[in-house]
Write a protein that binds this ligand. Structure first.
Ligand code: ADP
Ligand code: MG
Length: 493
């Protein structure tokens, strides 16, 4: 029973999941056929059992018919006998000819046929003879009914001997055949059950594979979007750099001339004051109006701070130029310090003090690094993501503890004859083991919507490990801070 319900459950599952088309399945496993087969064998066993029972009953009635002295009772017994015989004849016909109205549709086995129509049993002949004899006995007038009647003698002997044995043999044959058939059906069901299990696990594996493919597709799409954003940011920066470069060069280039010219003019003014110590009142009034002493003292300072400012602009423009190099098709030999410096400069605004936070100190401990073969644009992206995460962690730390040390240390060193190491450490909020375990997962973020995408570290990992044969490790402790340790081969080949 359990097996059957299991079979039909997995059968339904298979059909619903489309693994086995309905038609193929019905060929293989026909529940109706099995039920019909069961009904037939039950009916056959029933009918043949009834035949046996009828033969015994009719023999008993015949005895009573002969022994009874009561006319009425004899008449009743004659009717009973005729009814029983009619039933026996009909059952016999059914078994021999098969009859769909009582579920007898399949023909008997060759063994059963031999039992009916061949020696030694020849049951068909025995039954017909037996029925004829009873019909004959029923016809005998009351006066002639006696124990020596040859029909009665035949009937009694058959019912207790050959006929009974023949019935027993046929019933047991029917039973055996039914058991074998049942066993075959069970076997078929077990086989189907096993097949359905295999098909189910195959379907499940296929579904899991589909899930994985879908997930990968989603990730690739997200990464594509991200790198698309990065490259348009790069292109935008490149065009800004191009536009700003010339005017900045004018200012920077002319500042040194302006400094010399003003110094010359100031010297000339001194000379005038020496040669004409008593200027006319108009000039004296003007000197007072413009506060000449202060002007003379301040002008060089103004020029030097203009020089500092334009220097700063030049640096930023240079960094933007570095950063906008997003050439992904060719590896080049790059100075990692340039890349880090550019990133820090571009993030300057976020490092400076904010309304609710003090300055973040960036401490650079640069070692002596050779140029490293890499996709420079991609490495810029790595430093950008790691330093941005560090700033976010420091923002959070400052929220929790306003006087917390806000520091990012960037250390570079050789990690062997052919490898370099970059360590980016912050004194931010750090990570719990649960966050650390999931940080490289795509779309995993602990930041609010709009601030975190959960893409940064997964991209960093892909760039370093897959694209540059590097490694990425992380050490982090809640409330203490986090350190990311990058190692890269100097040469890719
Ligand atoms: N320096 C860090 N300090 C503390 N937590 C960090 C740091 N870097 C990354 N994380 C954690 O890892 C998560 C995933 O980072 P990331 O992939 O860059 O996505 P996002 O920055 O968009 O959240 C962050 O949300 C944060 O919880
Ligand atoms: Mg991030």
């Amino acid at each position: 029973m359990a097996l059957k319900s299991c079979v039909s459950r997995s059968y339904r599952h298979l059909v619903e999941s489309g693994v086995l088309p309905m038609a193929a399945l019905s060929n293989y496993f026909n529940l109706e056929e099995i039920t019909t087969a069961r009904k037939i064998s039950a009916a056959v066993i029933n009918i043949s059992g009834r035949q046996r029972m009828l033969s015994q009953r009719t023999a008993f009635f015949c005895m009573r018919l002969v022994c009874s002295q009561n006319g009425l009772e004899r008449a009743k017994l004659r009717v009973n006998l005729l009814e029983a015989i009619e039933l026996m004849e009909k059952s016999h016909r059914d078994l021999i000819n098969t009859d769909s109205s009582i579920n007898l549709v399949s023909s008997s086995s060759s063994t059963v046929k031999a039992m009916y129509f061949e020696a030694p049993l020849y049951l068909d002949k025995q039954i017909r003879e037996y029925i004829d004899r009873i019909k004959a006995l029923v016809q005998v007038p009351d006066a002639e009914l006696m124990l020596e009647n040859p029909h009665l003698l035949y009937i009694v002997e058959a019912a207790g001997g050959d006929l009974l044995e023949a019935f027993d043999a046929v019933v047991s044959q029917y039973q055996q055949e039914s058991e074998i058939e049942q066993f075959e059906i069970d076997l078929k069901q077990v086989e189907l059950y096993q097949e359905s299990c295999a098909a189910t696990s195959k379907a499940e594996a296929q579904a899991a594979q589909l899930d994985r493919a879908l997930c990968e597709l989603k990730q690739t799409q997200a990464q594509l979007l991200h790198s698309e954003k990065m490259s348009s940011l790069g292109a935008l920066m490149a065009s800004i750099v191009h536009e700003i470069n010339n005017p900045v060069s004018f200012i920077y280039g002319n500042l040194s001339h302006a400094a010399i010219y003003t110094q010359d003019l100031l010297n000339l003014l001194c000379l005038y004051q020496e040669c004409y110590p008593n200027p006319c009142p108009e000039i004296t009034a003007k000197i007072e109006e413009i506060d000449l002493d202060f002007l003379v003292e301040d002008l060089p300072k103004v020029i030097s701070s203009m020089r500092m400012g334009s220097n700063r602009i030049r640096e930023i423009v240079k960094s933007m130029g570095n950063f906008s190099r997003t050439d992904n098709s060719n590896m080049t030999m790059c100075d990692l310090h340039d890349s880090i410096d550019s990133t820090v400069l571009i993030l300057r605004n976020r490092l400076n003090s904010q309304i609710d936070r003090r300055d973040i100190q960036v401490i650079k401990n640069y070692g002596n690094l050779p140029p490293v073969e890499c996709y420079s644009g991609q490495l810029n992206q790595v430093f950008m993501n790691l330093i941005t995460n560090a700033i976010d962690a420091l923002d959070d730390a400052s929220q929790n503890e306003p006087y917390a040390t806000l520091k990012i240390s960037i250390t570079t060193e050789l990690a062997g004859p052919d490898r370099v190491r970059v360590r980016i450490a912050d004194t931010g909020v750090g990570m719990t083991p649960q966050i650390k375990e999931r940080m490289f997962e795509q779309f995993f973020t602990t930041k609010e919507i709009g601030k975190g995408t959960g893409l940064g570290l997964s991209i960093v990992y892909k760039i370093l490990v897959e694209n540059h044969r590097g490694t990425l490790r992380c050490e982090s402790e809640p409330c203490k801070g986090t350190e990311f340790i990058i190692e890269l081969p100097i040469q890719q080949t």
